[in-house]
Design a binder for this molecule. Structure first.
Ligand SMILES: *[C@@H]1O[C@H](CO)[C@@H](O)[C@H](O)[C@H]1NC(C)=O
Ligand SMILES: *[C@@H]1O[C@H](CO)[C@@H](O)[C@H](O)[C@H]1NC(C)=O
Ligand SMILES: *[C@@H]1O[C@H](CO)[C@@H](O)[C@H](O)[C@H]1NC(C)=O
Ligand SMILES: *[C@@H]1O[C@H](CO)[C@@H](O)[C@H](O)[C@H]1NC(C)=O
Ligand SMILES: *[C@@H]1O[C@H](CO)[C@@H](O)[C@H](O)[C@H]1NC(C)=O
Ligand SMILES: *[C@@H]1O[C@H](CO)[C@@H](O)[C@H](O)[C@H]1NC(C)=O
Ligand SMILES: *[C@@H]1O[C@H](CO)[C@@H](O)[C@H](O)[C@H]1NC(C)=O
Ligand SMILES: *[C@@H]1O[C@H](CO)[C@@H](O)[C@H](O)[C@H]1NC(C)=O
Length: 902
């Protein structure tokens, strides 16, 4: 004990000397493990709930503050598959993530702990606990010999892990999808993380992990928004792996999810029960989005729209970054560079051509007292900006210069935000956006720590910058002379806390907690302090922005894309992966990024900046990335103002690559839309790592360069520069090469492909699925919805397949009519069964059966119980591709069957 404390003190002294150190005080693990822990008293079980007191079991070790003497433990079996465990300090009101931000799931009334699939057990003295699978007694989580530490600004809880544990989650990060179990620290503290460096804390925070074993997959959520380091390492004792939470506030609020012994999708669904299932997005939002920072004026914006059209590349949505603003002030446009009438003309043009428009809105409101700037004046009158402890407005420094930050906890802030959106984004007089893009909401501040004089720093940093390009003439004809806008149709009060410099320093890559963000001592209207709520800011802005957008078009879904997220954000908004670099590494790392968001965190509307945000892309990288990006759920090309332009039409190879991949993406659009609908219903992920589909195959556990788009389209991009070959893993089973449609029976192993040109991406269909494809792509999603369906039946080796199709109007939050079809194939018989409430007005043109080696004797098509003649439904067998193409030519409005006789 004593010597341990001495060791610790020495290190702390060192850290104080090196006062700019951004790293946590390193503590010899033996010091922490020598803490006394707690002992259990007054344990009481009542039905599905156990409560107990935890008393400090000896002299406190007081590592980062005084150990709390008495804690309260509460364990509840909330469902058969979920245990909720909370450890709090009953003597004081400590911060917890407010229900208003993340409503807690309800517990079932009737859970019998004996029949639950996971089980809580504990030892009394010292207190430790395990969570295990009831059926097999396999231990999933065990605090073992690691004492619990609970101090005002330091909480530690640590679990043993199996050797070579497969841990996924604990983001946002650009580390490998499967986290290394050696020497890994995951820091959770929202940060404007330019270049998204690996091994650091990034924009958002998801304190959840899934752990996968061949015996099952389970999940653990620590519901905390406080700053924390989670450490995974193998050095405690010989070979033993551990995961350790080091948290600087709040309480220990854990959810343990049983997942399943066989299907990894279950743990994702169980997590969605806590954080909410993803919001549905409009059909159009799956189209191609184009953006950049550095469109200098309205002419630039209009030209990009024209050029996409001329190049024959489908552009669904045009975006504009902060360039449009007057001196970078939100809710303004530059009167000369982006005049409102010209911007309205562009938006009207887009809407008239079934295209869409999105603009960026930042949270920071420029601090402009007495200058007649409405957004500041109205917010000040309403008192809705973050305040310092002395009641003055908390100031930061962002693009427009000195700023204030909306306090999303203030009950008046939603109304303020909705009103600002209503005015600025007015369809009648303003910019009628179709979606919202929210950035800088960590919240980011450029004010260098300590932010004593933001006004002086605004001058040294040159904020806001002046424009460096000449103004466009006010009357340049744009959009090919198109001029008919009229055609437009449509806390806690904890005292004694050192908030600015807590004793345990998390490994925030920005340095001190308050560095380059809003001051962490600033307070919300309800008394909560930014120290506790910092990690929630982006998600709270997301919710307020979505509500503001829904108020503009009641009853209609919207698209809001945010940079910062917290657990639960996906129930409201989508996310782009932030300011990446145009490098091959970041191109491949984006796969882990989208998988983590879509599969683990329930934020499926996700994509990285295609071709890279910062630094100059190359033709080859951009071509490869355009094709990978076609299999991101959210597909957007975006880059910064110092890099070369990278719209897909800039190079012939990139244009061709984009066209090829977009044709496939659009043909698969109803398939992915159906997957999103399913995700919205129950949390089934829209993207899957390989191990989700092959949970028994250990080779798949570490794969992060391939994934499934939806349940069954395997995406295996070429990942190396100057290469036209790639090696991909095909698990054991039946696949079909999408390019040739030929079946492949994989024994489970690597496959090498060569001659993969810069305009091709390897794609395989997993056997066993029925895909509702459109017969062709289109220039807009509106046009796409008029294309007939071509159903593709890709049977497993045993000759079976199934799939789903969901269609609605593509925009209503609660569509009055829907079409929901289940498609099955078995014993040579294909059937659709469903309800056809939403009239698509399009045909099922044909059904293409894959893997049909021998021409069948006969094929019979039945529509609504009536047999069709051969003349009405001819079939073509192609021996070389082993396909059978059956013409149907019937409205997608009733059940059909196809019987194949060999
Ligand atoms: C719970 O743990 C105790 C030892 O701490 C052990 O004796 C007991 O068998 C365990 N119960 C179950 C159901 O695992
Ligand atoms: C992991 O353990 C090694 C050896 O004790 C140590 O050097 C390293 O700092 C540890 N890493 C973390 C993240 O705790
Ligand atoms: C652990 O990781 C840190 C940070 O990346 C590194 O500096 C250190 O050398 C690593 N230690 C070991 C033992 O691998
Ligand atoms: C935040 O405000 C406190 C006063 O409440 C001040 O001491 C501290 O330096 C400020 N921090 C930053 C990052 O500006
Ligand atoms: C912008 O230009 C004005 C007028 O020339 C000047 O006063 C101001 O300092 C300039 N701002 C920056 C950031 O350069
Ligand atoms: C990108 O290319 C432009 C134009 O060639 C050049 O001015 C700029 O320095 C390049 N940027 C980087 C980061 O290489
Ligand atoms: C790819 O080729 C280019 C042009 O020859 C060269 O500059 C670059 O270094 C090559 N990259 C790799 C990874 O070989
Ligand atoms: C299948 O037949 C339809 C006509 O019924 C045709 O339009 C379609 O291109 C064919 N598909 C293939 C893959 O040959």
């Amino acid at each position: 004990m004593i010597s341990g404390r001495l060791k610790l003190l020495r290190v702390v002294t060192l850290v104080f000397v090196a006062s700019t150190s951004v790293y946590a005080e390193w503590v010899d693990p033996t010091v922490l493990d020598a803490c006394p822990g707690y002992k259990v008293e007054n344990a009481r079980s009542e039905g599905a709930k156990l409560t107990a007191d935890l008393l400090l079991a000896g002299t406190g070790c007081n590592v980062f503050g005084t150990d709390v003497a008495k804690l309260a433990l509460e364990v509840t079996y909330e469902t058969d598959a979920r245990i909720h465990l909370k450890i709090t300090d009953p003597s004081t009101q400590r911060y917890e993530v407010p229900e208003s931000v993340l409503p807690r799931p309800k517990a079932s009334d009737q859970v019998n702990p004996k029949s639950a699939t996971i089980h809580f057990n504990y030892t009394t003295s010292p207190f430790s606990f395990t969570i295990s699978r009831t059926r097999t007694s396999e231990v999933l989580f065990s605090t073992g010999s690691h004492p619990l530490i609970f101090e005002p600004q330091y909480l530690r809880l640590k679990t043993d892990l199996p050797e070579e544990a497969n841990i996924y989650g604990l983001g946002e990060h650009t580390d490998p999808f499967r986290l290394s179990p050696y020497n890994t620290t995951r820091t959770l503290w929202s940060r404007d993380a330019y270049g998204v460096p690996s091994g650091t804390n990034l924009y958002g925070n998801h304190p959840v992990y899934f752990e996968h074993r061949t015996t099952g997959t389970h999940g653990v959520l620590l519901l905390s928004s406080n700053g924390m380091d989670i450490k995974i390492n193998n050095t405690e004792s010989a070979g033993a792996m551990t995961l350790e939470y080091n948290v600087i506030g709040g309480v220990l609020d854990f959810y343990f999810l049983a997942g399943s012994e066989t299907d990894p999708n279950e743990v994702a669904r169980q997590y969605a029960e806590i954080v909410g299932t993803p919001a549905e997005v409009p059909y159009w939002s799956f189209g191609l989005h184009q953006c950049r920072f550095g469109y200098n004026n309205y002419v630039d914006v209009a030209d990009v729209i024209t050029n996409y059209s001329a190049a024959g590349i489908p552009l669904e949505t045009m975006w504009t970054d902060i360039d449009y603003m007057d001196r970078r002030r939100i809710f303004t446009t530059d009167p000369t560079y982006f005049p409102i009438p010209k911007m309205r003309e562009i938006i009207d043009y887009l809407h008239d051509h079934d295209q869409h428009f999105v603009l960026m809105t930042d949270p920071a409101v420029p601090y402009l007292p007495n200058e007649g700037y409405g957004p500041y004046d109205r917010g000040t009158t309403d008192g809705i900006f973050m305040k310092m402890p002395n009641g003055s407005q908390a100031l930061g420094l962002v693009w427009p210069g000195v700023t204030v930050f909306p306090d999303w906890f203030n009950p008046k802030t939603q109304e303020y935000w909705t009103n600002e959106f209503e005015m600025f984004y007015s369809p009648e007089t303003g910019l009628d956006i179709d979606g919202a893009w929210i950035d800088m909401n960590e919240p980011s501040s450029f004010c260098v720590y300590p932010c004593i004089d933001p006004f002086a720093q605004a001058i040294t940093q040159g904020l806001p910058p002046n424009r460096t390009t000449p103004a466009p003439p006010p009357d340049v004809p744009i959009l090919g002379g198109w001029t008919d806008p009229n055609m437009h149709k449509r806390s806690t009060g904890d005292t004694g806390f050192d908030i600015d410099n807590p004793p345990y320093n998390i490994e925030n890559a920005a340095g001190a907690l308050g560095s380059l963000t809003a001051n962490v001592t600033s307070v919300h209207e309800n008394g909560l302090v930014m120290y506790d709520t910092h990690n929630l800011y982006g998600t709270m802005m997301s919710v307020a922005t979505r509500n503001a957008m829904l108020a503009r078009r009641p009853g209609q879904r919207t698209l809001v894309i945010t940079r910062s997220t917290f657990a639960g954000a996906g129930a409201h908004v989508g996310k782009w992966l932030g300011d990446n670099f145009a490098t091959w590494d970041q191109y491949t790392e984006s796969i882990s990024g989208i998988l983590s968001m879509a599969t683990v965190y329930q934020v499926p509307m996700v994509g990285a900046d295609i071709c890279g945000y910062a630094q100059n892309t190359t033709e080859e990288l951009c071509a490869r990335w355009a094709m990978l990006g076609a299999f991101y759920p959210f597909m957007r090309d975006h880059n910064d103002d110092t890099s070369i332009p990278q719209e897909f039409y800039r190079w012939p190879v990139v244009a061709q690559a984009a066209k090829n991949a977009l044709e496939i993406r659009y043909r698969f659009l109803d398939y992915i839309y159906t997957a999103f609908h399913q995700a919205h219903l129950d949390g089934t992920p829209v993207l899957r790592p390989l191990w989700f589909n092959y949970p028994q195959d250990p080779v798949t556990f570490g794969i992060s360069l391939q994934y499934f788009f939806g349940s069954s389209l395997l995406v295996s991009p070429v990942t190396a520069e100057n290469s036209t070959s790639t090696t991909l893993y095909l698990p054991k089973g039946r696949f079909y090469d999408l390019a040739t449609l030929m079946p492949i029976d994989s024994p489970g192993g690597n496959v090498s492909l060569s001659n993969v040109s810069f305009t091709e991406i390897p794609l395989h269909i997993r056997g066993g699925v029925v895909l509702p494809l459109r017969a062709s792509g289109a220039m807009t999603t509106t046009e796409l919805r008029k294309k007939p369906f071509e159903i593709v039946v890709a049977p497993s080796a045993s000759g079976e397949a199934s799939g789903q199709l969901y269609v609605d109007d593509g925009v209503s939050i609660s569509p009055s009519e829907t079409t929901e079809v289940t498609m099955t194939f078995k014993n040579g018989r294909f059937d659709t069964k469903g309800k056809y409430g939403y009239r698509t007005g399009v045909n099922i043109q044909s059904i293409l059966f894959l893997g049909v080696g021998i021409k069948p004797e006969s094929v019979q098509v039945q529509v609504a119980g009536k047999m069709m003649s051969m003349a009405e439904s001819p079939f073509v067998h192609d021996a070389s591709s082993q396909t059978l193409n059956v013409t149907v030519g019937q409205l997608l409005a009733g059940d059909i069957s196809v019987v194949i006789q060999s």
